[in-house]
Design a protein around this ligand. Structure first.
Ligand SMILES: Cc1cc2nc3c(=O)[nH]c(=O)nc-3n(C[C@H](O)[C@H](O)[C@H](O)COP(=O)(O)OP(=O)(O)OC[C@H]3O[C@@H](n4cnc5c(N)ncnc54)[C@H](O)[C@@H]3O)c2cc1C
Ligand SMILES: NC(=O)c1ccc[n+]([C@@H]2O[C@H](COP(=O)([O-])OP(=O)(O)OC[C@H]3O[C@@H](n4cnc5c(N)ncnc54)[C@H](O)[C@@H]3O)[C@@H](O)[C@H]2O)c1
Length: 444
């Protein structure tokens, strides 16, 4: 039997954070991965999405400058090949990082035998501590003919140019796919079971995004859901609860994700699972104090995002050898919807501020005529700052623009560090640039 200080289950970003940090403290560490090194982020999430967006945004810029007729279509095959190269190189880099940090890697499915033993490919491994970082998987589809639908991962691995696709759900993944597919020339339909798209983002900015995408052959069907999918020679025929039908070449589901906890034999390890995943305390300890859980598999109420998974992983990696142990606390994180254009948010949201006018006021800025945005025909560009009435400080920001994530990241720094306008003016940014725009933005 092989023995370690710590064994991490799951080679995604959360597991990597924990394993590398624990190894850096001199621990003897092993990590087990059953599918792809780098997990969801690298193989089916932000990495392929970001690569596709690179080509797609370049296409938009060229199309906008030249008019639709003067521009060749997106070369999807070439873009997909570039994506596949980057994904496989990143997977390999992930594995090499473990080896470089003296972490022993195992490829296979891990399950607990008891509270201090794992079985992987028939081999038994034991450790003083375990970190569960098994992530999440797409929600199961339950309508007739659902075997013809794919999950979002199918789109991010797609090799053929999308032509006419349907996406189930109107959340963050759905809008990323819609933006990419529509610039690639596809007709796109999103089906959302209620009347709220991109919950948590400002409804006015969301509506702006939807209206813009509508001009790009993207429609959102609200208050409806798919009840049946039939295969008809080369296409799929879809029927909704409201009785609508249409033909589509592919259906991609983006209906939320559920924690990967089923096949781990957690009961044998004394690890309790609740509705939203593995139950943990403020030290990310499960109901078995020797076993921790991080990232998308845990029931903590933080958003299920890559940065949180890494942050939690590193926290546990440090905790394992720390003499003084402190409960985990979280910094505020910026988040973005990588559609075309993008939405991004930091701190107190505009939606919350609109509901609480007693404590907050909004400063809304149309950025479309600012040089940074105007030169890119970024007609939607808009920023909302949330100001705390009592302190006068900016406590939140929300933006729509092709560069919304960049702007929000700058603002996150200013908000977090409570930078005053005077301090900002003492820093001379290169001009003209998005950073230099901050002088105008940061003065009430
Ligand atoms: C399409 C898409 C786009 C996204 N875009 C963004 C984004 O732009 N920004 C952002 O912050 N977040 C994004 N996310 C969310 C982000 O991918 C997750 O929050 C992040 O991957 C969670 O990391 P994790 O390590 O907890 O889980 P994962 O990355 O899912 O890794 C878990 C790993 O554990 C392995 N595993 C599971 N069970 C076992 C077992 N029994 N034995 C061995 N191995 C096992 C799995 O194979 C997997 O590789 C996106 C997600 C999706 C699906
Ligand atoms: N940029 C980012 O930060 C980013 C990007 C992608 C994914 N993620 C992570 O991945 C998670 C999953 O993304 P997602 O888009 O699948 O989830 P989501 O929760 O953002 O959106 C799912 C949408 O589907 C709707 N829905 C649920 N059941 C439905 C049904 N039967 N018919 C129609 N609509 C239905 C929900 O109301 C919701 O609006 C996110 O919550 C986030 O944690 C983050």
């Amino acid at each position: 039997m092989k023995t370690f200080d710590t064994i991490v289950i799951g080679g995604g970003v959360g597991g990597a954070g924990a394993a590398i940090r624990a190894a850096s403290h001199g621990q003897k560490v092993a990590i087990v991965e059953q599918r792809d090194w780098g997990g969801t982020t690298v193989s089916r999430g932000s990495t392929p999405k970001k690569v596709l967006l690179g080509g797609i945004e370049a296409h938009r810029a060229f199309r906008i400058q030249n008019g639709s007729d003067g521009v060749p279509p997106v070369n999807w095959e070439r873009l997909a090949a570039h994506r596949d190269t980057i994904v496989s190189q990143t997977q390999e880099r992930f594995k090499r990082r473990f080896v470089a940090n003296n972490i022993v890697t195992f490829e296979g499915h891990a399950e607990f035998v008891d509270s201090h033993q794992l079985r992987v490919n028939g081999e038994y491994l034991t450790a003083k501590n375990f970190v569960i970082a098994t992530g999440a998987r797409p929600r199961e589809l339950k309508f007739s003919g659902s075997q013809w639908a794919e999950h979002s991962g199918g789109f991010f691995k797609r090799h053929k140019t999308p032509r006419n696709i349907t996406i189930l759900g109107a959340g963050v993944i759905a809008f990323a796919i819609a933006g990419i597919a529509s610039e690639a020339g596809a007709t796109v339909t999103l089906v959302q079971h209620n009347h709220v798209a991109l919950r948590g983002f400002d409804p006015q900015l969301v509506q702006k995004l939807i209206s813009h995408l509508a001009k790009q052959k993207v429609r959102v069907v609200f208050d409806d859901e798919v009840v049946c999918l039939d295969r008809e020679s080369k296409s799929l025929k879809l029927t909704t609860k409201q009785g609508k039908t249409w033909d589509t070449e592919a259906v991609y589901a983006a209906l939320g994700r559920v924690p990967n906890v089923a096949d781990l034999n957690l009961k044998a390890a004394g690890v309790k699972v609740v509705t939203h995943g593995i139950q943990v305390n403020d030290y990310l300890q499960t109901s078995n104090a020797k076993i921790f859980a991080v990232g998308d598999c845990s029931a903590v109420s933080t958003p299920k995002l890559a940065n949180y998974a890494v942050y939690q992983g590193k926290y546990v990696g440090d905790l394992l050898t720390a003499t003084l142990k402190f409960p985990i606390t979280y910094p505020i994180q910026a988040s973005a919807v990588f559609s075309l254009p993008r939405l991004a948010q930091f701190g107190v949201s505009a939606a919350v501020a609109r509901q609480d006018a007693e404590h907050y006021r909004l400063r809304e800025m149309d950025l479309s005529q600012w040089l940074t945005y105007q030169r890119e025909y970024d007609e939607q560009a808009q920023l909302i700052l949330v100001v705390d009435r009592q302190s006068g400080q900016v406590v939140g920001a929300e933006a729509i623009s092709y560069q919304a994530d960049v702007l929000i990241n700058y603002l996150a720094l200013l908000i977090q560090q409570q930078i005053t306008p005077t301090q900002l003016h003492d820093t001379l940014f290169a001009y003209p640039s998005a950073a230099a725009d901050l002088y105008g933005i940061w003065t009430d």
